[in-house]
Design a protein around this ligand. Structure first.
Ligand code: SF4
Ligand code: SF4
Ligand code: SF4
Length: 183
């Protein structure tokens, strides 16, 4: 089961967009391997990924389940920098850390890294991020590869884990200080 999940995971595009209905490519690979999900729920991968999964698992190829979204040309996110208020709320949700900026400063997106996953759209309080076709960019850049997406996601998750551990440590320290003052 583990070997199958790994091989399935290796065929997914690693945008971590959650459109399949799972919290990323790894969880989707796990449920496919367990026989609990169909192989046609990944819009970024589209027909090519479905065909590869079908071949790997000796299943029949299926059309993309459009309740998950439509297969389309590669897209990227673009920030309207004149409207950005520098709140930095778009930074944590980006699975590949493609957004740069600091608190109270204008933010921008690195086109070469953006997968068009759309996870930064909802957190923006002023709706200044939009998704455009990659082909419409003035300076054309290639779509990032699944390998690059996965590497960046793993780094993102490692940093998130460290921040969370530090947050817990500070909370524990504070609780201990409070309980000492109450004794
Ligand atoms: S890229 Fe595909 S498998 Fe990965 S999270 Fe998005 S829809 Fe799911
Ligand atoms: S910038 Fe937005 S659309 Fe692009 S990868 Fe990050 S979260 Fe996804
Ligand atoms: S969430 Fe929107 S307003 Fe806030 S920093 Fe990101 S782009 Fe700017």
């Amino acid at each position: 089961m583990r070997a199958d999940a790994d091989r399935i995971h290796a065929l997914l595009p690693q945008t971590q967009c959650t459109r399949c209905g799972y919290q990323g490519c790894r969880p989707y690979a796990e449920v496919i391997a367990a026989g609990e999900a169909a192989i046609n729920r990944c819009p970024p991968g589209g027909a090519v990924t479905i065909d590869r999964l079908a071949a790997l698992l000796s299943r029949d190829p299926l059309p993309l389940d459009e309740t998950c979204g439509a297969e389309g040309p590669p897209t990227v996110a673009v920030i309207d920098e004149s409207k950005c208020i520098g709140c930095a709320r778009c930074l944590p949700p980006c699975p590949v850390d493609a957004i740069v900026g600091a608190q109270r400063q204008m933010h921008t997106i690195i086109n070469d890294l953006c997968t068009g996953c759309e996870l930064c759209i909802a957190p923006c309080p002023v709706d200044c991020i939009r998704i455009v076709p990659r082909a419409s960019l003035v300076t054309l850049s290639a779509e990032p590869s699944a390998e690059s997406n996965l590497r960046r996601f793993e780094s993102h998750e490692a940093r998130r884990g460290l921040r969370e551990a530090e947050r817990r440590r500070l909370l524990d320290e504070r609780k201990q200080r409070v309980s000492r003052t109450l004794v």
